[in-house]
Design a protein around this ligand. Structure first.
Ligand code: ZN
Ligand code: ZN
Length: 251
């Protein structure tokens, strides 16, 4: 896979795929919203994705965070520091983004699984991408779940606690799309399968299957996952497939 692939979903929604994590751009006129911001070393690649759709990094009006794992918040400091971009997260995820607590797989947990297919090369790659850096973002603001945010694309935060305590998906009603973060993925460098799934258990802080339930009945037929390709089809079917895949998961 290349450094960056930008997939257009409708005219103003873009799934940006870095080598090991995705993020989403929503556009309204020239104004933009980012959902997540990649690993720390991805900051120039996130900027490149913005430019590739004809935008400017200074036009990003806000970054909404699915959850506080390093692969999703690594670019926050760059955007907030250079452009003053405001950052928003679910109230329960704010302390995680601030690193007042950590709900992430430790290097020891990863090392214990290093014998599994894909884990060692992935862990070396993400270390180069800044996975061990301090990514605390103090200036994150709590958002209100359940109603559209006053940001380009009008994303609606949907609380999907499970993968982390304040994990949040973002529904984009105008596109029938939902950015599911790590609450529902379609692939990962350490996963042998492609298709709706939950990540391996070492990545899960809580009851990851519980995070699928709030997604099930959303009016969406495009899944924009935190890892893996775009999935098209009713979200309810994707949730069912993810549950089946999770039940068969070995670790
Ligand atoms: Zn995660
Ligand atoms: Zn992730």
């Amino acid at each position: 896979m290349s450094e960056l692939e930008v997939v257009t979903v409708g005219s103003d929604v873009f799934l940006c795929r870095g080598r090991d994590v995705n993020w989403v751009i929503l556009r309204e006129g020239t104004d933009l919203t980012l959902v997540d911001a990649g690993y720390p070393a991805y900051a120039p690649i996130v900027e490149k994705s913005v430019r590739r759709i004809g935008g400017r990094p200074e036009d990003v009006r806000g970054i909404v965070v699915t959850h506080g794992h390093v692969d999703h918040i690594g670019g926050l400091a760059h955007f907030h520091g250079r452009y003053g971009t405001p950052v928003f997260a679910h109230p329960l995820e704010v302390p995680h983004v601030r690193r007042e607590r950590l709900e992430q797989a430790t290097p020891v947990q990863v090392a214990r699984n290093a014998h599994r297919s894909g884990v060692l090369t992935w862990s070396l790659r993400i270390t180069r991408a800044g996975a061990l850096r301090d990514v605390a973002c103090a200036d994150v603001q709590p958002l209100t779940p359940g109603s559209p945010l006053d940001l380009p694309g009008r994303p609606v935060p949907v609380a999907t606690a499970g993968h982390t305590s304040g994990h949040t998906a973002y529904l984009v009603p105008s596109a029938g799309a939902v950015a599911t973060g790590d609450g529902l993925c379609t692939g990962h460098a350490t996963s042998p399968t492609v298709g709706p799934q939950l990540l391996p258990r070492m990545f899960q802080h809580g009851d990851d299957a519980a995070g699928l339930t709030p997604l099930e009945d959303l009016d969406a037929d495009v899944v924009l996952p935190g890892h893996g390709p775009v999935h098209r089809g009713p979200i309810g079917e994707a949730v069912r497939a993810a549950r089946e895949s999770a039940a068969a998961r070995k670790w």
